[in-house]
Write a protein that binds this ligand. Structure first.
Ligand SMILES: [Zn+2]
Length: 78
């Protein structure tokens, strides 16, 4: 039996993009939070994918303490 032609159009060839920023870029599974680094002023969090056994560093932007210290500098600076 021949498949109807419209069936081809519905088939996905592209992998689905990860649903969340903490999903593994390889297998799209939700990764586990491992560690958080804010020493350099950026909020870097390490997530680990138990499926791939790989760890990824995710940059969540400027750490909160950095924002606060910048605000304090502006207040006291003259
Ligand atoms: Zn993975």
């Amino acid at each position: 039996m021949k498949w109807p032609s419209w069936l081809k159009l519905r088939r996905r060839s592209e992998p689905q993009p990860p649903a969340s920023p903490t999903a593994c870029p390889k297998c799209s599974r939700e990764m586990k939070f491992v560690e958080k680094f804010t020493m350099l002023g950026d909020d870097i969090r390490t997530y680990r994918c138990s499926e791939c056994g790989l760890e990824y560093d995710l940059d969540f932007g400027i750490a909160l303490w950095k924002l606060m210290s910048d605000v304090n500098k502006m207040d006291s600076g003259e």
